[in-house]
Design a protein around this ligand. Structure first.
Ligand code: GP9
Ligand code: MN
Length: 436
């Protein structure tokens, strides 16, 4: 029955955000290189430990005049962690309230994802590079439904024990070994590099680092800085390759952190480094730490650090508009971060949310804790006008998440094919699932 898809379509047309003319099509026809910075939080940028910058290269990139960077960009993942982040970036649809959409629905659902859209509008080829087994998060099946032409998983890379740590190939080796595959891709390409080394428990071989870690009482906190530093060097080496090869000139590189690396229980130890004088650590502070980087870098792009409040759900429309692709016909829950119409309400998967003014935790009305972003104070007495405005935003958040859940659980995209779009045929892709 078409009722549910119509509800989603109505919602979709009611929250369109028009492209920003200063940016629309500015990256038309460029290669797209997405670098997934595993577990990388925003606070790492410009941060020093023992007087040493943790991520000198990413800091430079963040401030580069050809980088569009975001200072109030949040991850929005649930239990699907990395796969939720990927799901939002590829589809502009939320993950599930429980579990992972890739795992439970990725094999059978219909998607209208970035690789398929770009293939059909501008002839892009597409590939994912990842140094873990292809079956993790059910990627090997899901990527076919997203329309990815190629998936270079761990079976394509060095499998020796000393080349791998934690979830897979060490990031420096991963980028270096990916080049031989990248160079064979037809341009323009849409590619994603999913790093792994900066993942809990943040292990690294002694030979791979000389970074002097801090000495808080929490070893996850301490080690997080050394793997982040290693990831920074890996990204720098990859950028050197992009420059040397000439690819940098005709590529847009987008980097993002997928979710937190340090959990709320680690944050007290982290706080001793971030703000040693702070007396009380609150739920507000935990929420602020869910910021992750989003950096869009391209030669000639008019850069700057934008303070727009947004999240992972907003990336796809932002990127498509930069590439000159109109998004009105696609069902997308996010909005272009560069649009003047962007609503600046960041929904978390548990229905908490953050706006420019407030951090709202715990649900609607009397149940909710409302914090003032400027002071971090819990607002115990709200005016009726404030309550009304906050409740309205909460309704928007609840509606978006619930419609996204219907879309996922009922596989609603099979009932709607955007004009000019051909449904993806997953059997066209033959990267091997039997290898893993
Ligand atoms: C594994 C990697 C980690 O392949 O992407 O996933 P996560 O544990 O961060 O969800
Ligand atoms: Mn992850």
């Amino acid at each position: 029955d078409g009722t549910d898809i119509n509800e989603v379509l109505n919602y979709n047309s009611s929250h369109q955000a028009a492209p920003n003319a200063a940016y629309f099509g500015k990256a038309q026809g460029k290669n797209v290189i997405i670098i997934h910075l595993e577990s990388f939080q925003q606070f790492l940028l410009d941060f020093k430990v023992n007087g040493q910058e943790v991520t000198p290269f990413l800091n430079q990139l963040y401030h580069d005049q050809n980088s569009l960077s975001f200072s109030n960009f949040f991850h929005q993942v649930g239990q699907g962690k990395t796969s939720d982040a990927e799901n939002m970036l590829e589809n502009s649809v939320f993950g599930l309230p429980q579990g992972s959409a890739f795992t439970s629905l990725g094999t059978d659902n219909t998607f209208q994802a970035a690789p398929a859209i770009l293939q059909q509008t501008d002839g892009y080829s597409s590939a994912v590079f990842h140094g873990n087994v292809g079956s993790f998060w059910n990627r090997n099946h899901t990527y076919k439904n997203l329309g990815y032409d190629y998936f270079f998983d761990s079976s394509y890379f060095n499998s020796s024990a000393d080349a791998n740590i934690g979830y897979g190939l060490k990031d420096k080796l991963f980028f270096a070994e990916s080049v031989k595959y990248l160079e064979r891709l037809q341009q323009p390409f849409y590619t994603k590099f999913i790093t792994v080394t900066n993942h809990f428990p943040f292990d690294l071989a002694k030979a791979d680092t000389d970074f002097e870690v801090p000495d808080t009482a929490n070893s996850s906190v301490n080690n997080y800085f050394q793997t982040a530093h290693y990831l920074d060097q890996a990204v720098e080496e990859f950028f050197d390759y992009l420059d040397r090869s000439g690819l940098a000139k005709n590529s847009l590189v987008m980097l993002y952190g997928d979710h937190y690396g340090l959990s709320n229980t680690d944050n007290k130890a982290l706080a001793t480094l971030l703000d040693p004088d702070k007396e009380e650590w609150t739920a507000f502070d935990n929420a602020q730490l869910q910021r992750v980087p989003l950096i869009i870098h391209m030669p000639g792009l008019k850069g700057g650090i934008k303070d727009t409040y947004g999240g992972e759900i907003d990336v796809l429309p932002t990127l498509l508009h930069l590439l000159g692709v109109k998004t009105t016909n696609y069902i997308q829950f996010g909005q272009d971060l560069l649009s003047k119409d962007h609503q600046q309400i960041v929904a978390f998967r548990n229905n908490n949310f953050i706006t420019k003014q407030y951090t709202v935790l715990g649900g609607k009305g009397a149940k909710s804790s409302v914090y003032d972003n400027a002071t971090g104070q819990l607002l115990t007495e709200l005016t009726d006008t404030q309550t009304k405005a906050i409740d309205q935003d909460q309704d928007k958040v609840d509606q978006a998440l619930s419609l996204s859940d219907s879309l996922n659980y009922k596989n609603l995209l099979r009932f709607y094919t955007p004009t000019g779009f051909r449904p993806v045929d997953p059997t066209k892709f033959d990267y091997l699932d039997e290898i893993n």
